[in-house]
Design a protein around this ligand. Structure first.
Ligand code: SF4
Length: 312
C-alpha cells in the first residue's frame, strides 16, 4: 500500500532569514573584500556550509574580523556594545538583524526611557536574547530581567508600578501566553506589546505544525538543533501526541522510527531551506511514501528591504 507524505504550510524560510542570507550573498557579489559574519547568520547548518563554500568566514566576535573587510551581523541581532565596537573599526558593516528583532530592541529602549523596569521572556544564552538584553541602555536607572519560565516570576524584584515586558521572537506561542498571563496576574499594571513579540513566521509555522501533527503518524521537522523555532515545532508536534524528530538532512533520519508509519508529516523551521524538504520527499519515495498532500495554511507575503547600499 502507498504511504502518504503530508506537507505543512507555511514552512521554511521567513522574510528575516531571506533578507539575512541575501545581505551576505549580495556582499559577496558586490565587494572584493573578504566577507565575515559575526555568529551563524541564521541557525541552519546547510545555509552556513553553503555560504562558507562561497567564501564567507563565520566568527564569534567582532575583534576576530580583520580591518578592510566586510562585516555582517547575524539575523538574531546584537547588543549596542557589539555595534559600537564595530563602529570603531576600519571595516564596512551591514546589519542583517531581522527588523522584527529590531522592533523588540526599540521597545526595550522606549520602556527604559520611560523609567520602566523590563521583563524579557526568552531563553538564556540564545543570541537574540543576549542582543536584546544588551540593548538596555547602560546609563538607565531601570533594570531588565530575563524570565524563562513561570517559576522565574516569583524571584523577581521589580518596580511593580512601572513595569513592561517584551519577548524573544521565536518562542512557543502557547507557553508564552501562560507566562504573560501569570505576569499580568502578579503585576496588574504591567505594560506589553498588543499581543506579544513572537513573529508572524513563528506563529504561522506553529499553527501549521499543530494541524500537521493531527493528520500524521510521525512529523519530521527539517532544521538545525541550534534553531529555536525548529525545536519549538518538534515540541509542539509531540505535545499534540505525535512522535517527531528534528533533522538537518534526509540522511540523518533514523528510518526505524518510521516502522508502522503510514502518514508522515513534514515541516521546516524558518531557517531551513526548501531544497532539503524536496530531498527528503525524494528519499521517502524509496520507502514507499509516494503520495503527496499539502495542507493549506496562512499565506505569507511579507518581505523586508535590504540595506540601500546592497540594492542593485
Ligand atoms: S523567525 Fe521571525 S524574527 Fe526570526 S528572522 Fe524570521 S521573521 Fe525574523
Amino acid at each position: 500500500m502507498n504511504k502518504e507524505i503530508i506537507l505543512a504550510n507555511p514552512r521554511g524560510f521567513c522574510a528575516g532569514v531571506d533578507r539575512a542570507i541575501e545581505i551576505v550573498e549580495k556582499s559577496l557579489e558586490k565587494f572584493n573584500e573578504p566577507v565575515f559574519v559575526r555568529h551563524h547568520v541564521v541557525h541552519n547548518k546547510n545555509v552556513v556550509e553553503q555560504l562558507e563554500s562561497k567564501g564567507v568566514t563565520f566568527v564569534k566576535e567582532v575583534h576576530e574580523i580583520p580591518d578592510n573587510s566586510i562585516a555582517i551581523f547575524s539575523a538574531h541581532g546584537v547588543s549596542s556594545e557589539v555595534e559600537d565596537s564595530a563602529k570603531l573599526r576600519k571595516f564596512k558593516y551591514f546589519d542583517a538583524t531581522c527588523p522584527l528583532v529590531t522592533k523588540v530592541h526599540l521597545e526595550v529602549q522606549k520602556h527604559a526611557k520611560k523609567g520602566r523596569d523590563i521583563i524579557l521572556i526568552g531563553h538564556k544564552g540564545h543570541p537574540e536574547v543576549i542582543g536584546t538584553l544588551g540593548r538596555h541602555p547602560k546609563d538607565s536607572l531601570t533594570n531588565i530581567f530575563l524570565v524563562e519560565t513561570i517559576n522565574d516570576i516569583e524571584q523577581l524584584e521589580v518596580n511593580r508600578d512601572n513595569l513592561a515586558y517584551v519577548t524573544q521572537t521565536t518562542l512557543s506561542v502557547d507557553e508564552t501566553k501562560e507566562i504573560i498571563a501569570k505576569l499580568k496576574s502578579v503585576y496588574p499594571n504591567i505594560i506589553g506589546p498588543s499581543a506579544d513579540d513572537i513573529c508572524y513566521a513563528t506563529q504561522n509555522r506553529q499553527d501549521a505544525v499543530k494541524q500537521l501533527a493531527l493528520e500524521s503518524d510521525f512529523v519530521i521537522v527539517i532544521g538545525s538543533k541550534s534553531s529555536s523555532n525548529s525545536n519549538r515545532l518538534k515540541e509542539l508536534a509531540e505535545n499534540c501526541g505525535t512522535r517527531s524528530c528534528l533533522i538537518d538532512n534526509p540522511e540523518d533520519l533514523d528510518i526505524k522510527l518510521l516502522d508502522n508509519v503510514k502518514r508522515i508529516g513534514i515541516t521546516a523551521g524558518a531557517s531551513a531551506p526548501e531544497y532539503i524538504v524536496q530531498d527528503l520527499i525524494n528519499f521517502l519515495k524509496n520507502l514507499n511514501f509516494t503520495s503527496l498532500r499539502h495542507i493549506a495554511g496562512s499565506k505569507e507575503d511579507i518581505t523586508f528591504k535590504l540595506p540601500r547600499e546592497l540594492i542593485d
